[in-house]
Design a binder for this molecule. Structure first.
Ligand SMILES: Nc1ncnc2c1ncn2[C@@H]1O[C@H](COP(=O)(O)OP(=O)(O)OP(=O)(O)O)[C@@H](O)[C@H]1O
Ligand SMILES: [Mg+2]
Length: 297
């Protein structure tokens, strides 16, 4: 396995109240440099809480009750995220770890142009950049995610949901982070747009080499895009495996049930089709499926 970019140990989060919820319980995993790690599990199992917790974005009544998240830069000493103060954390968040959150496309400011919103990241984090350089960077970023650079003058309401989500992904990529956390980045979009954006993310990951924590309840989708998959249930990671192994030889009862709940994965014809390119073995699996399909015809 490649060297780690993030290690998470014994991480727990509670929501305090008359009935305290133990939303994340002693979670531990390692994210390798350039890896796409999928995080799957039913609604309410704690996926978003874990993502917000790792990036220290939780607000009361949430409380991190145990554990540690350590970032490993390419060079230099590991950084315990709990050791960063407010300013350091803000810098760290866009620069090293960035996020696309559930419903992110609605968090663009409606009265500010796309260009100004993206430029703002550069003004804050790259103050040495000059105006023409910034403008070029905004255009390049938009093009990278499949948005015409001329749309930079648009306001959010002038863009479709898919376009706005692409803009959010562009913003998350602006400073070339080493980790991107994507929490249901495409769930609100129709299947075609979702597919296009996923292909884009897969391509960019290969090109730029960032690691991704990809959160979704859509397990078939994760089998396509992720190198490894962690299955979460009631705040715990019950199983973490190579995507191919998880599909072919799930270990935990809950993973088996989860896989079985997607008919497209278990149907006789096995119409599981892989289009991503992160694991050659899954490509072979696709061929096998097609062979089986051929035999049935
Ligand atoms: N602000 C909050 N206050 C109290 N409890 C909360 C809060 N936010 C989340 N929870 C609880 O924490 C648990 C985990 O929620 P979380 O949103 O992390 O789940 P999730 O896996 O992201 O779900 P989904 O797939 O629906 O997005 C749930 O039981 C939820 O009710
Ligand atoms: Mg969530």
């Amino acid at each position: 396995m490649k060297p780690p970019v993030l290690t998470v140990e014994n991480f727990s989060v509670d929501y305090l109240g008359t009935h305290t919820t133990h939303a994340v319980k002693e979670v531990g995993f390692t994210l390798a440099r350039g890896e796409v790690l999928g995080l799957a599990g039913e609604s309410g199992c704690g996926k978003s809480t874990l993502a917000y917790g790792l990036t220290r974005l939780l607000k009361p009544p949430a409380l991190i009750t145990s554990g540690r998240a350590t970032f490993h830069p390419g060079t230099g000493d590991p950084i315990d995220l709990a050791s960063l103060n407010g300013d350091e954390l803000r810098r760290f968040r866009w620069d090293k770890i960035s996020m696309v959150f559930q419903g992110a496309m609605n968090s663009l400011n409606p009265v500010i142009s796309i260009r100004a919103q993206i430029e703002d990241i550069f003004t804050t984090h790259r103050p040495q950049m000059r105006r023409p350089e910034r403008e070029k960077a905004v255009g390049d970023l938009l093009e990278r995610v499949g948005v015409d650079r001329n749309r930079m003058r648009a306001y959010p309401h002038e863009l479709s949901g898919g376009m706005r989500q692409r803009v959010m992904i562009a913003m998350a990529m602006a400073l070339d982070p080493q980790i991107m956390i994507m929490d249901e980045p495409t769930t609100a979009l129709d299947v075609v747009v979702q597919r296009e954006i996923l292909d884009e993310i897969t391509r960019l990951r290969t090109e730029l080499g960032f690691a991704v924590i990809f959160i979704t309840h859509d397990l078939p989708l994760l089998l396509e895009v992720a190198d490894r998959i962690a299955v979460m249930r009631s705040g715990q990671i019950v199983e973490i495996q190579d995507a191919y192994d998880l599909y072919t030889t799930p270990q935990h009862e809950y993973t088996k049930r989860l896989l079985a709940s997607f008919p497209s994965l278990t149907g006789e014809r096995g119409d599981f089709i892989r289009t991503g390119a992160s694991d050659a073995r899954l490509g072979q699996l696709e061929e096998t499926d097609q062979d089986a399909e051929g035999a049935l015809q």
